[in-house]
Design a protein around this ligand. Structure first.
Ligand code: SF4
Length: 456
């Protein structure tokens, strides 16, 4: 009899839907059906048992082809690359569990590496703004149950977080929002008339790259000041209308995305969005939330803040002290300055998503990809190590976009012999320890100079 597994988490976007129902075959090896997931989430599960899965580590040969090797050989290779490098970079982590992230941090510390995650090219600017200005946020449950005004600013959940609107922000009937969509005002602010804008009550077509000015205008109006007739392409009357709705809200949430983080101003756009949220709290209750991308990209921020005090761009090259300075210790900046001499791509695809110049620099040095699938990063790697898919074949903790931890379960076994990220990093950590011990056993390279120390 096929078995239905309930309350399954989706390992794709930051909404972290945990209401999926997955039907697996009698032998527990095949996924037959996935209920409740959106099209993207559905694909992750069906992809797991596809014929193209890689089941052994693959090492690049001199002629450019790949040769299958054992996990022991792959662990030895990775440990030696890290051991020999002066400043290795371990980057990614959007798509793995917190257990894998903690194990990777142990490796980074032992190897004296830079440890960074996809926030570096995504919501890193949010972190900078939050350091400066705080984070008056809430959980998605609070938005669902209380929010009567929702703002999506520079975010397009209809495409990027497909069930966000139906689970938390627009359509669900919450404790104090029993009429669902009818009990909420939806405002979308974006240069493009997106599919999310289609469901908005009010759409403001801000000029691309002029969000800061528009925030400024809202802040001025909320504080009772005059504003020009038009700001950032939006007429004064519309700004006054939206500001009035915001002030009269019972509970509001601003969800924002790459429209703020990737356009001119970056962290300052987020900074002023937070300031507007704070201003509105003089009148009523407002909250703000970053639309975090991958299902567990909030995880490394939580795990590494607990371990080292910093959420991303961690320089552990001194081993006993962590340092963080985005711009200096961020992955793309390090790559562009050619400062790292080995690269581990884990749970992401830097081959596809880094600027090509950064990829070219990184590619001059050993490049290892740890990922369940073939991707652009795996195809330019010296070594590709396959791992189990978290949420499908490997259980673990993930952090939703609102920092709520969720226990993901496994629904099928990984392909025979394929291990988890956590086990892989634990084995690399152990091998690094052995290499250190071997080096120590050899003794100092040169005999210590003879003689007597001055103070003796
Ligand atoms: S909205 Fe995101 S988490 Fe939910 S099913 Fe779709 S991809 Fe998965």
């Amino acid at each position: 009899m096929p078995k239905k597994i309930e309350n399954v988490g989706c390992p794709y976007c930051g909404v972290c839907c945990d209401d999926l129902v997955v039907t697996v075959s009698d032998d527990g090896k095949q996924i037959l059906e996935v209920e409740n997931a959106c099209a993207i989430g559905n694909q992750i599960f069906h992809h797991a048992t596809g014929s193209e899965r890689v089941k052994l580590p693959r090492l690049r040969q001199p002629d450019g082809t790949y040769k299958d090797i054992s996990y022991d050989e792959a662990v030895d290779y990775a440990a030696k690359v890290l051991y020999d490098a002066k400043k290795p970079l371990i980057y990614g982590f959007g798509s793995t569990n917190c257990e894998g992230m903690a194990a990777a941090a142990k490796v980074a510390e032992r190897a004296g590496a830079v440890l960074d995650n996809c926030a570096s090219i995504c919501h890193g600017s949010s972190f900078l703004a939050i350091f400066d200005n705080g984070y008056p946020s809430c959980t998605l449950g609070e938005t669902k149950n209380r929010a009567d005004v929702i703002v999506y600013w520079g975010a397009n959940p209809a495409h990027a977080h497909p069930r966000h609107m139906s689970r938390y922000s627009i359509f669900p009937r919450g404790f104090f929002t029993g009429k669902g969509h009818k009990s909420r005002k939806i405002i979308v602010i974006d240069p493009r008339h997106t599919d999310t804008a289609q469901v908005a009550d009010i759409y403001l077509q801000v000029k691309q790259g002029h969000d800061y000015e528009l925030f400024d205008a809202f802040r001025a109006v909320v504080r009772g000041h005059e504003i020009p007739e038009e700001v950032a392409g939006i007429k004064r009357e519309q700004i006054l209308e939206v500001a009035n709705i915001m002030k009269k809200a019972r509970f509001g949430t601003i969800f924002y995305g790459m429209g703020l983080c990737h356009s001119d101003g970056r962290n300052h756009n987020v900074d002023i969005a937070i300031s507007l949220t704070r201003d509105l709290n003089d009148y009523t209750k407002w909250t703000i939330m970053a639309m975090r991308g991958h299902y567990n990209i909030t995880g490394p921020g939580a795990v590494w803040s607990w371990q080292y005090g910093f959420p991303y761009c961690l320089d552990l090259t001194k081993k006993d002290i962590a340092h963080m300075n985005p711009g200096e210790t961020s992955s793309v900046d390090l790559a562009m300055r050619d400062e790292v001499d080995a690269f581990i791509n884990i749970g992401t695809d830097a081959g596809a998503h880094f600027p090509i110049e950064a990829v070219k620099h990184l590619r001059k040095h050993p490049w290892i990809t740890i990922d369940p699938n073939i991707c652009m990063a795996s195809e330019i790697s010296d070594l590709h190590i396959p791992v189990g898919i978290v949420g499908v074949e490997v259980p673990g903790i993930v952090y939703r976009m609102d920092n709520v931890p969720i226990q993901y379960r496994k629904v099928i076994d990984p392909p025979e012999g394929v291990i988890s990220d956590e086990e892989l990093f634990e084995r690399i950590h152990k091998r690094l320890g052995e290499l250190e011990a071997e080096e120590t056993a050899k003794g100092p390279a040169k005999a210590a100079p003879e003689g007597v120390r001055a103070e003796e």
